[in-house]
Design a protein around this ligand. Structure first.
Ligand code: COA
Length: 194
């Protein structure tokens, strides 16, 4: 089987299909449900603040820009059965980390059904199999149990020595202590063929 070529900066956002989900570029129709999830205090519990509609729209614009600049980024996640927008998953570039960061944010009604894990596995496979990254990491607040569980389910591991204070949050901020999980391509290949 020939592997699809890795997109380069400026190329179209690839689409990934899983059992229940379609990962695709953000569309204008996603802006409203995305703003709703970004305004939900439960979804944003581990972030400093909820987002206004303007902040949320600006984030969509940044997400799309990043794809053309970096050749990787965050996908909108759509449930194939009914076309409903559920959130995002993908490979972001963080200013303070050399490796791409795998991340996710889903609307609350989509929690507890394995969607984040399913989307993350597809994003990881694309990152290693197509984009050929050597290592992918993921970071979150120490207390973000659900997000850490996704990281562990997809095979990332944490060394407490990698824990760090988030550089954008002031000393003493309750969300400042972060954990870092990582997986190298060889380890992913090992688990993919196991
Ligand atoms: C982080 C987040 C995406 C995790 O969502 P989640 O629903 O816990 O994770 P998954 O979609 O992988 O679902 C896993 C759960 O679904 C259950 N499940 C049900 N059907 C399943 C299926 N077919 N396959 C796999 N799991 C299934 C699992 O048992 C698990 O349940 P549990 O939480 O009771 O153990 C979600 O909580 C979120 O969006 N949080 C807000 C944003 C955020 O904090 N993002 C991370 C910032 S770093």
């Amino acid at each position: 089987m020939t592997e699809p070529a890795a997109p380069r900066a400026g190329e179209a956002i690839p689409e990934l299909v899983t059992d229940r989900l379609l990962l695709r570029g953000f569309r204008d129709a996603d802006r409203e449900p995305f703003a709703a999830l970004n305004a939900d205090p439960a979804v944003m519990e581990h972030f400093p603040a909820t987002l206004t509609r303007a902040d949320s729209d600006a984030l969509v614009d940044r997400i799309l820009d990043r794809w053309s600049g970096d050749g990787h980024g965050l996908w909108a996640v759509e449930r194939t059965a009914d076309g409903v927008f559920l959130g995002f998953t993908g490979l972001a570039r963080l200013a303070f980390l050399p490796q791409p960061e795998i991340g996710w944010r889903f609307t609350r009604f989509a929690w507890g059904q394995g969607y984040a894990t399913e989307a993350a596995r597809a994003a990881l496979a694309w990152g290693f199999g197509v984009r050929r990254f050597d290592e992918i990491v993921s970071v979150t607040t120490v207390g973000n149990r659900r997000s850490r569980a996704v990281m562990e389910r997809i095979g990332l591991t944490r060394d407490p020595a990698d824990d760090f204070p988030h550089p954008n949050l002031p000393e003493g901020h309750p969300l400042r202590p972060h954990v870092l999980y990582r997986i190298r391509r060889e380890a992913w290949e090992g688990q993919a063929t196991a």
